[in-house]
Design a protein around this ligand. Sequence first.
Ligand SMILES: Nc1ncnc2c1ncn2[C@@H]1O[C@H](COP(=O)(O)OP(=O)(O)OP(=O)(O)O)[C@@H](O)[C@H]1O
Length: 300
Amino acid sequence: MSDARTALDEQDAPAPVAVPASTVTAVPDGPAGPATAVDVRGVSKVFTTKAGTVTALDDVHLRIAAGEFVSLIGPSGCGKSTLLRLVADLDEPSSGEIEVFGRSPRVAREAQDYGIAFQQAGLLPWRTVAANVELPLELHGVGRRERAARAADLLALVGLTDFARHFPHQLSGGMQQRVAIARSLAERPSLLLMDEPFGALDEMTRERMQTELVRLCAETGAAVVFVTHSIPEAVFLSQRVVVMSPRPGRITQVVPVDLARTAERTDDLREDAAFFAAVTAVREALHGGTPATARGVDVR
Ligand SMILES: Nc1ncnc2c1ncn2[C@@H]1O[C@H](COP(=O)(O)OP(=O)(O)OP(=O)(O)O)[C@@H](O)[C@H]1O
């Protein structure tokens, strides 16, 4: 069994120094507490295909606190999306256990504990922006008036009030992604699962979206599990950056990010020495201390 375990109290660790997995405090066994959003215990995932078996995840342990922002980073194919999909109940682990707010992913999904946003905004082209945001509420039988009020609030939150009656194709990529994020927040989830939601955006839009996401999460208090290939993005957003190894995916290091509280992170932070130090710490964690470039990881 690997020692790649993490503890809730690591988020308070003082410096952006990579923590070798072997020194990370072990998570005690037993049920997660009320302050735990996600508890992944000894999870492995093996896919069986015609060409043979693929071990995507091997004995992954990860505990994420309520309200905590955690990014997953690692080389292409290391199992980041697979881990997110298991938490989202879009697939099942081959072994090990996952709890979301103390319940199974299935029960958590049914209770609408989390929202999901992926790289493609995934909006329905025939519905207006407001109707897209309302969709999850509609599916769960929320009344028309309440839906409209909630969508109006969310569109104000992401700065798209004036576009409520537009259709997705009339919006830029960044605006569409903001609609997708508004939709993921519709049911006031305590957890957001985000798989490269800004991957298709240009750099300027992407940075603006990161700043907005930090603000939104501070306002809603949601915990976030965020998959990205970008080290600066992971550092800017997160309280901890979880570094994974090439397949079979394991957690090799956990880098606590000791910048301003995430709620207070602004663009100025990107020029800060502490920001660069954290970026370097993650980069070194990814490369095991060598300057070699990991496949599929953007180190800019
Ligand atoms: N449904 C599936 N059937 C078979 N193999 C799969 C399936 N889903 C994922 N895999 C394999 O599991 C491994 C992990 O894939 P995953 O998409 O989780 O990686 P990732 O870290 O998110 O990659 P990327 O950074 O390129 O998006 C890969 O080798 C992939 O081919």
